[in-house]
Design a protein around this ligand. Structure first.
Ligand SMILES: [Zn+2]
Length: 108
């Protein structure tokens, strides 16, 4: 997704549902960093912010996708803490992602 100044995939799959990721307009987002629309299965990100902020917003909105899909009713603070934890975990422990990918390959 070049509009955001960073190469973010423009879609993802969660629990059998296809989601879109796209830049939001200032009319859609105002000052918000991002938005997660369950009805539209779309994550909007605000391109007006620096790359690091957009990445944080991306994972924040992905956690919203999880909690909305699973009816978890998390608070904004809980969503934000989970997003920060996920980013930290993946960066610090990429070998755990490899475990899941290997497991998936073994299943096929
Ligand atoms: Zn939020």
């Amino acid at each position: 997704m070049q509009d955001l100044g960073i190469d973010i995939p423009d879609q993802f799959e969660f629990m059998g549902q296809q989601w879109q990721i796209r830049p939001g307009t200032s009319r859609e987002l105002g000052e918000d960093l991002g938005q997660c629309s369950y009805d539209e299965r779309t994550v909007y990100l605000n391109p007006a912010y620096p790359t690091q902020t957009i990445v944080q917003a991306l994972f924040h909105e992905i956690v919203h996708c999880w909690e909305m899909t699973l009816n978890m009713h998390l608070t904004e603070d809980q969503v934000d803490n989970l997003a920060t934890s996920m980013i930290h975990w993946i960066k610090a422990n990429p070998e755990f992602i490899a475990v899941l990918i290997t497991e998936q390959e073994l299943d096929q």
